[in-house]
Design a protein around this ligand. Structure first.
Ligand code: IPM
Ligand code: MG
Length: 363
């Protein structure tokens, strides 16, 4: 097949990990007879530097025209002055909203080889296989913001329609998995959460009687996620709770550098990005973990290009690299040498060339 893929490397380690993921996609194209065409545009701090704004019109136009978008990371101390007129993160938020990407999938499936890197006891992690569906275009991220000398406010608002569509998305996903859906809210305090709970209950009862729904308050969910992660299948939650819980969930996988994400929604291109940030402290040194970006490319193959076999091949190649102990600094046990980004990428590409049956990682 032919596909136009837009690369938005962004800031910090974004360019390094995006280049790694693009190399893996090139290897997939060569091996499976596809033609992937890559275009690159600035976003975030890089775009502020180049054009004065975090999401230039030419970047948004290119995003709309692409079949799929692969993003690195945005942000960094250079653009973090509290008085700054524009911030890199606004570019990413505006892109998600402009493309209607309301459902953000964040699969968490710890690999046996990296259990030792997790700060959670290994016996709790065996068999963990969950997906967080984070609502991505509503809530406090996008509500009115006010600021005066003495106070500040951020409005959190959700409409019934916004909740319905993301709950449906998550329930459909649960149906293809173990049929369990956990909806996370703060219904004992927040009005938006009470609406969320009502709508989730109604939608699942009316349209997904085969899906088993439970509700959790976000504070106790933060605890259960570590104490009994194996008991979760699909978790659906609002924008900010999903942001926080998925950084926490990355501890189950051993490193923030292992978790990919897919942002999907209205017909149009999907956006794929690692959940990690721009890691300015290690940027430019060639030591960043590229696996989350590479696994994001696998999600791109699966969800936007409908190339399931190729997606699984990439996931298995990453699994093979991890089994072979090809660990970047964030994963390497103390006292063991870590490999740079390039070597990790090459290990994945080599594994793609010489695949062997392995347990598939899926979302
Ligand atoms: C994420 C990030 C972003 C978010 C930032 C960079 C705006 O933390 O994708 O999880 O908060 O959504
Ligand atoms: Mg985050």
């Amino acid at each position: 097949m032919h596909a136009d893929i837009l690369l938005l490397p962004g800031d910090g380690i974004g360019p390094e990990v995006t280049a790694a993921a693009a190399d893996v996609l090139r290897a997939v194209a060569a091996r499976h007879g596809h033609r992937f065409e890559f275009h690159t545009r600035p976003i975030g701090g890089a775009a502020i530097d180049a054009c004065g704004e975090p999401l230039p019109a030419s970047t948004l136009d290119a995003a709309r025209a692409a079949d799929a978008i692969l993003l690195g990371a945005v942000g960094g101390p250079k653009w973090s002055d509290p008085g700054a007129r524009v911030r890199p993160e606004q570019g990413l938020l505006a892109l998600r909203q402009a493309l209607g990407l309301y459902a953000n999938l964040r699969p968490v499936q710890p690999h046996p080889a990296t259990l030792g890197a997790a700060p959670v006891k290994p016996h709790l992690l065996q068999g963990v296989d969950l997906v967080v569906v984070r609502e991505l275009t509503g809530g406090i991220y996008f509500g009115d913001k006010q600021r005066d000398a003495q106070s500040a406010s951020d409005l959190c608002r959700y409409s019934v329609a916004e909740i319905e569509r993301v709950v449906r998305f998550a329930a459909r996903l649960a149906r293809t998995r173990r049929g369990r859906l956990t909806s996370v809210d703060k219904a004992n305090v927040l009005e938006t959460s009470r609406l969320w709970r009502e709508v989730a209950t109604r939608v699942v009862a009316a349209e997904f009687p085969d899906v088993q729904l439970e509700h959790q308050l976000v504070d106790s969910m933060a605890m259960h996620l570590i104490a009994r992660p194996r008991s979760f299948d699909v978790i659906v939650t609002e924008n900010m709770f999903g942001d926080i819980l998925t950084d926490e969930a990355s501890l189950l996988a051993g490193s923030l550098g292992l978790l990919p994400s897919a942002s999907l929604g209205e017909p149009g291109p999907g956006l794929y990005e690692p959940i990690h940030g721009s890691a300015p402290d290690i940027a430019g040194r060639g030591i960043a973990n590229p696996y989350a970006a590479i696994l994001s490319a696998a999600l791109l193959l699966r969800h936007s290009l409908r190339l399931e076999a190729e997606a699984q091949a990439v996931e298995q190649a990453v699994a093979q690299a991890l089994e072979a102990g090809r660990f970047t600094a964030d994963l390497a046990p103390a006292g063991r040498a870590a490999i740079p980004t390039r070597a990790a990428t090459d290990a994945v590409i080599a594994a793609l060339e010489t695949p062997r049956p392995a347990v598939a990682m899926r979302d």
